[in-house]
Design a protein around this ligand. Structure first.
Ligand SMILES: CCCCC/C=C\C/C=C\CCCCCCCC(=O)SCCNC(=O)CCNC(=O)[C@H](O)C(C)(C)COP(=O)(O)OP(=O)(O)OC[C@H]1O[C@@H](n2cnc3c(N)ncnc32)[C@H](O)[C@@H]1OP(=O)(O)O
Ligand SMILES: NC(=O)C1=CN([C@@H]2O[C@H](COP(=O)(O)OP(=O)(O)OC[C@H]3O[C@@H](n4cnc5c(N)ncnc54)[C@H](OP(=O)(O)O)[C@@H]3O)[C@@H](O)[C@H]2O)C=CC1
Length: 536
C-alpha cells in the first residue's frame, strides 16, 4: 500500500514538473513575485510594462527605487505609471498599479539601504530577480562605477542567497563588457583584475589617486562602464552559489521595434542623442566607419529575451550560468553608413522643430577630414550664431552646446568605428525552446527586423517621446527648414562676393579671373537674349 502511494506521489511530482516545463512563459510568471532593480530606467520600465501586459497573472512587481531630484520614492513611481509607455497596460487593467510595490533602496549604500522589514518581505516572497540597475555613463569616476555596477551586484546576490523561494537571478550586462576582444563568445571571461582586490584597494584611496590610475586599470577598455560591467559578470559567477543564474548581454539598446508601440525611447543615451543632434542640424560630422556593423538592438527584443531567459533558467535550471549575447550583427547586419542615410532621410521628411540648420550629417573614419568639418560645420557656425546672440543682447550658447556634443561623440566614437563578432548560440537555443505562441508573444527573432522601417520609427520616436514634439507641427518645421535654406543661399552668396571683393582689391590675377568670369556671364546672357528674340 505504501509502495503504491509512494509511486503515485512520484508520478504526481513528475506530472507537475512536466506541467511546469510545458507551461507557457506567461503561465509560468502567473502567481510569481518579481524583484526588479533599475525599474525607473529605460529598460526597467519596458520590462515592467511587458510583464504586466503579457503576464497579467504575475502576482507582484517589487521595485527598488530611490528618492531623486526632490521627488520622493512614491512620487517617482506615481509619475512613472502615468507615462505613455503604460497606456496599453492601463487600458487592459486600470488597477495595474496595485501590482507594483516600491521598496526604498539606494544601491550604493551598505545593505542597499533596504529596511529590515523590507528585507524580511523580499527574502520570504521573491521568486525571480531582474538586476537592471547600473550607471551607464561613460565618464563615471571609477569608484562610483565600481560601487554601483560591482559592489551593489555583490550585495544583491547576497540578498538573493537569503531568498527562500528564488528560482532565477537574471543579471543584465552589456555586449561590450569584453569589447577589448574582437570575437566574443557566450562565456564569462577572466576579469581584468580580481574584483575583491580592487574593491579593497579603492576603499582607502583618495579620489585623485584613483583618477590618476584609472587609465592604467581599465587598460584596453574605453571607459569605466565597460570595465566595471566585466567585473560585475565575474562577481555574478563567483557569488552565485546555488542560485540559477543567467547573464543577458545586449549590444546598443535602441527604441522599441514593435512593443508596446514602435519607436518608444525616452533618453539621449547611445545613438539617440546623436540622431537628435543630427536631426536638429547641429551635428554635421562624426567619426564612425560607414562599413562597420551598427549593432543596435531594439529594447523590446532585449526585454522579450530577458523574460524568456528568466523562464528558461527557472524551469530548466542549467548547471552553469548561461550567457546570452543579445545582438543583431551576426544575424541581420546593418551598417553605420546605412543608418546615417536613413536617419537623414527621415528627418528631412519629418523635421524636428526649431532646427539650427538643415539636417545634413556625414560620418567619416578619417580623423583629419572630421577635424576639418568640425571646424567648418560646427565651430564656425557656432561662433557666428553666438556673435549674433551677443549683438542682439542674448547669452551666447551655441559654442557650449557644441563642446558638450564633442565630448559625447568623442566618447561614443569607439563603438561606431569598429566591428565586433558575437556568438549568439544561446539566443538561438532559447528560441528553439519556446512554443509557437511564446515565440510570437516574446518575439526576439531579429531576422524579421526591417531596418529602414525601424530607423524611421526610431527617429520619429525621438521626436515624439524624447523631445515631446507634436507630429501636427511638421508643416511648420518644414517651413522653418525652407527659411534656413534661403538664409544659407543668401549667406553663401554674400560670403562669395565678400571673398572676391577682398581678393580683387589685392590681386591683379584675381581681378583678371573675376573680369573673365563676369564677361563670360554677360556673353551667355546676351546669347540667350538674342536667341530668344530670334525665336519670337
Ligand atoms: C546621423 C548620423 C548618425 C550616425 C550614427 C553614428 C554613430 C552612432 C553613435 C554612437 C553609438 C554608440 C553607442 C555605444 C553604446 C554602447 C552600449 C552600452 O553598453 S550602453 C550604455 C550606453 N551609455 C550611454 O550611451 C551613456 C553615454 N552618455 C554619457 O556618458 C554622458 O551622458 C555624457 C555623454 C558623458 C555627457 O555627460 P554630461 O555630464 O556632459 O551630460 P549629462 O549626461 O548630465 O546630460 C546633460 C544633458 O544633455 C543630455 N544629453 C546627454 N547625452 C546627450 C547626447 N548624446 N546628445 C544630446 N544630449 C545629450 C542629457 O539628457 C541632459 O539633458 P537634461 O539636462 O535636459 O537632463
Ligand atoms: N541602454 C543601453 O544601451 C544598454 C544598457 N545595458 C544595461 O542595461 C541595464 C539597464 O540600462 P538602462 O535602462 O539603459 O539604464 P538607465 O540609466 O536608464 O537606468 C539605470 C537604472 O539604475 C538605477 N540606479 C542607478 N543608480 C542607482 C542607485 N544608486 N540606487 C538605486 N538605483 C540606481 C536608476 O535609478 P534612478 O532612476 O533612480 O537613477 C535606473 O533605474 C544596465 O545594466 C546597463 O548596463 C546594456 C547594454 C546597452
Amino acid at each position: 500500500m505504501n509502495l503504491v502511494h509512494c509511486n503515485s506521489s512520484v508520478q504526481e511530482e513528475r506530472r507537475s514538473s512536466l506541467a511546469v516545463i510545458m507551461a507557457s512563459i506567461s503561465e509560468w510568471y502567473a502567481g510569481k513575485n518579481v524583484l526588479i532593480t533599475g525599474a525607473t530606467g529605460f529598460m526597467g520600465k519596458v520590462l515592467m510594462e511587458k510583464l504586466l501586459r503579457s503576464c497579467p497573472d504575475v502576482k507582484a512587481l517589487y521595485i527598488l527605487v530611490r528618492p531623486k531630484a526632490g521627488q520622493s520614492m512614491s512620487e517617482r513611481v506615481q509619475d512613472m505609471m502615468m507615462c505613455k509607455l503604460f497606456d496599453r497596460v492601463r487600458e487592459d487593467n486600470p488597477d495595474f498599479h496595485q501590482k507594483i510595490i516600491p521598496i526604498s533602496s539606494e544601491l550604493t549604500q551598505p545593505g542597499l539601504a533596504i529596511s529590515p522589514e523590507d528585507v524580511q518581505t523580499l527574502t520570504s516572497c521573491i521568486n525571480i530577480v531582474f538586476h537592471c540597475a547600473a550607471t551607464i555613463r561613460f565618464d563615471e569616476p571609477l569608484k562610483h562605477a565600481l560601487q554601483l555596477n560591482v559592489i551593489a551586484t555583490q550585495q544583491l546576490l547576497s540578498l538573493a542567497q537569503q531568498m527562500q523561494h528564488l528560482q532565477a537571478f537574471i543579471h543584465i550586462s552589456t555586449a561590450y563588457a569584453n569589447c577589448n576582444r574582437r570575437h566574443i563568445d557566450e562565456v564569462i571571461y577572466p576579469p581584468p583584475v580580481e574584483p575583491k582586490k580592487l574593491i579593497d584597494s579603492l576603499e582607502w584611496m583618495d579620489d585623485s589617486i584613483i583618477c590618476d590610475i584609472t587609465p592604467r586599470l581599465i587598460g584596453d577598455r574605453p571607459n569605466t562602464y565597460t570595465y566595471t560591467k566585466a567585473l560585475a559578470e565575474c562577481v555574478v559567477q563567483q557569488e552565485s552559489g546555488k542560485l540559477n543564474i543567467a547573464i543577458i548581454r545586449p549590444s546598443i539598446v535602441g527604441a522599441s521595434w514593435q512593443e508596446p508601440f514602435p519607436g518608444w525611447i525616452d533618453n539621449f543615451n547611445g545613438p539617440s542623442g546623436i540622431f537628435i543632434a543630427a536631426g536638429k542640424g547641429i551635428l554635421r560630422t562624426m567619426r564612425a566607419s560607414n562599413d562597420a556593423v551598427a549593432d543596435l538592438i531594439p529594447v523590446d527584443v532585449v526585454i522579450n529575451l530577458t523574460l524568456a531567459a528568466g523562464w528558461y533558467t527557472a524551469v530548466h535550471r542549467p548547471k552553469t550560468a548561461l550567457v546570452y549575447n543579445c545582438t543583431t550583427g551576426g544575424i541581420n547586419p546593418f551598417h553605420w553608413g546605412e543608418i546615417e542615410h536613413h536617419v537623414m532621410s527621415t528627418f528631412k521628411r519629418n523635421p524636428l522643430e526649431q532646427a539650427f540648420r538643415r539636417p545634413n550629417a556625414n560620418i567619416t573614419s578619417n580623423y583629419l577630414i572630421n577635424q576639418y568639418w568640425i571646424l567648418v560645420s560646427h565651430k564656425f557656425p557656432a561662433l557666428i550664431y553666438d556673435l549674433f546672440l551677443r549683438l542682439s543682447g542674448q547669452k551666447p550658447q551655441m559654442m557650449r552646446i557644441f563642446n558638450r556634443l564633442h565630448k559625447a561623440i568623442g566618447l561614443l566614437a569607439y563603438f561606431s568605428s569598429q566591428d565586433w563578432e558575437w556568438n549568439s548560440d544561446n539566443m538561438n537555443m532559447l528560441m528553439s525552446q519556446l512554443s509557437a505562441d511564446d515565440r510570437r508573444t516574446f518575439n526576439f527573432d531579429v531576422r524579421q527586423l526591417n531596418w529602414p522601417e525601424y530607423i524611421e520609427n526610431y527617429c520619429i520616436g525621438t521626436k515624439k517621446y524624447v523631445l515631446n514634439e507634436d507630429m501636427s507641427d511638421i508643416p511648420a518645421a518644414r517651413q522653418h527648414l525652407r527659411k534656413l535654406r534661403n538664409i544659407r543661399y543668401t549667406f553663401n552668396t554674400v560670403l562669395l562676393v565678400f571673398i572676391w571683393r577682398v581678393f580683387i582689391a589685392r590681386s591683379q590675377m584675381a581681378r583678371n579671373i573675376w573680369y573673365f568670369v563676369v564677361s563670360l556671364c554677360f556673353k551667355f546672357l546676351s546669347y540667350f537674349r538674342a536667341s530668344s528674340t530670334l525665336t519670337q
